[in-house]
Design a protein around this ligand. Sequence first.
Ligand SMILES: [Zn+2]
Length: 638
Amino acid sequence: MTSKPTAGPVEATRSPAATLKTLAGGAVTFEGGLWARRQAVNRAAALPHGLRMLETAGNLDNLRIAAGRATGRFRGRVFMDSDVYKWLEAAAFEMARVPSAELSKSCDTLIELVAAAQGDDGYLNSYYTVAEPGRRWTDLTHGHELYCLGHMIQAALAFRRGTGDGRLLAIATRFVDYVHSVFGPGRRLTTDGHAEIEMALVELYRETGERRHLDLASFLLDQRGCNRIGPNRHDSLAAFQDRVPVREATGVEGHAVRALYLTTGAADVYLETGDAALLQTLTRQWDDMVEGKLYLTGGVGARHLAESFGHPYELPSDLAYSETCGAIASLMWSWRMLLATGHARYADLIERTLYNAILAGVSLSGERYFYVNPLASNGEVEHLHRGGPLRKPWHLVACCPPNVMRLLASLGHYVATRDGSGLQVHQYAAGRLQTSGIRLTIETAYPWEGRVRITVDETSATPWTLALRVPGWCTGAGVRVNGSPAADTVAPGYLRLDRAWARGDVVELDLPLEAHCVEAHPWVESTRGCVAVERGPLVYCLEQVDHPGGRLADLEIDTGAPLTSAWDADRLGGVAVVRAQGREVDTSSWQHRLYRPIGAAPAAARRPVQLTAVPYYAWANREPGAMRVWIPRAEDRA
Ligand SMILES: [Zn+2]
């Protein structure tokens, strides 16, 4: 298909069922602003840190033992190899963005090690080679062999497309050839307990044009719902998305990351096959998620138990699971749904999830990570079934850190698309966009300010349409072209500017960005009587450190008073803080009582206080303490 080195994780540049096509990798670069800074930290701090952690945690030793270059026991969980591949994928995206001799050297070493660990028949998995030789493919439920291969394929494609280096792709292809001989019609009828291989195989098809990879992805999708993944000794069929066939699913259920990696892979199959039943199912599932199983932050997975989705409206704030990988999975899925349909609501959720649930997963330093992302914390350290206010350098199950790394390194991919009419800009960030004869400079202080200035630096002579997403949170958006208000068509969610563009044209988009309070459906138990503060795409929270001298739990917000916001360059690396009027409740009359009859004590005294809210993504970067997104309304307790 394509031999041009490009660097996008999803090269849906000619997918038949894609309404919108992806741009070639490297089309969007960030310059200045929040995302450029996060990418710089990702490159300078997170990637070197990640490599040290892979060494410390044993991932690299496992491969060395598998390659016969070291002795010892396998360390860690069965899917340790996948962390190596995700790190490699992040490094490949980074090298495609800006070459690096140091990264290149590290990658050479790792790829050479991976090659040495590969078996003669192409099989490659350090756990089954070292810890359980002779038992490959015996535990599809928990073994993660195809899952690890999926991550290897994705890393391999990132190298091939981003740097032109095909070594890892050659290794992955040998393994895939072997997998074709094991799974498929007339061979093994089952699939991996953890989805991931599906989207990777579709991507391999996009790169090579070999139909057998797409067919295998479809085959593996169709193994769901046949109770073939087993043995399901301890878990429900729903936990592995094995309860019903993929086209019969009515919602999202079970392990949140597995569920959304599967829907992502299914969406990829749809983009290549146009299987209408798949899109219908995926739309139904997406609706089920956003209508009852989604945190305000975009996080998913309400339950620590089995890391799973809960029932509709089951969204505890303090006991939320909301794994960082779940949020990343949601973004990957919504991106493919956006490509499939062109509907702005998918770009809206990508934005919400990216700025909140995902970005909270990594510290401002780039070297500390949350696995669990609660929306409220009493400040106590994390323990069983409860998240806490301390990010960790790495995790025993370290899926999240390198997942964040690869996403940040490839973030430009998710900014814009093209179709027959022109270009669609879905996300706003300062930088440059360059694609097939069009070059744009984008200047903005988004998400802190809502003004976006786009200058046309180069354009084709034929007229084309620039479509600009108006975020779902925004009312009163306006656009000017060369200073004059533009009165073009407004497609749902997009302002469309149809023009014969000329070099030097300037488009100014204004997205009014006022802090405001939002409430949750009354059936969400944990948020009853509470509101949350949002400003633009950012969800805000209160942190104990900004409210010294009292307890965060005693604070209420007066929603009748206006919210004000101000830029604070010195706080949390520079953020807009939101200030609100509130009350601090005197709870001293409760003494040691947990319950009491109403009226048994005089109404609690309330003293006016000013509340200072900071972006949720930036919480837990100062001294550990309490945090809450949902704040009780003062008027409800008067
Ligand atoms: Zn994870």
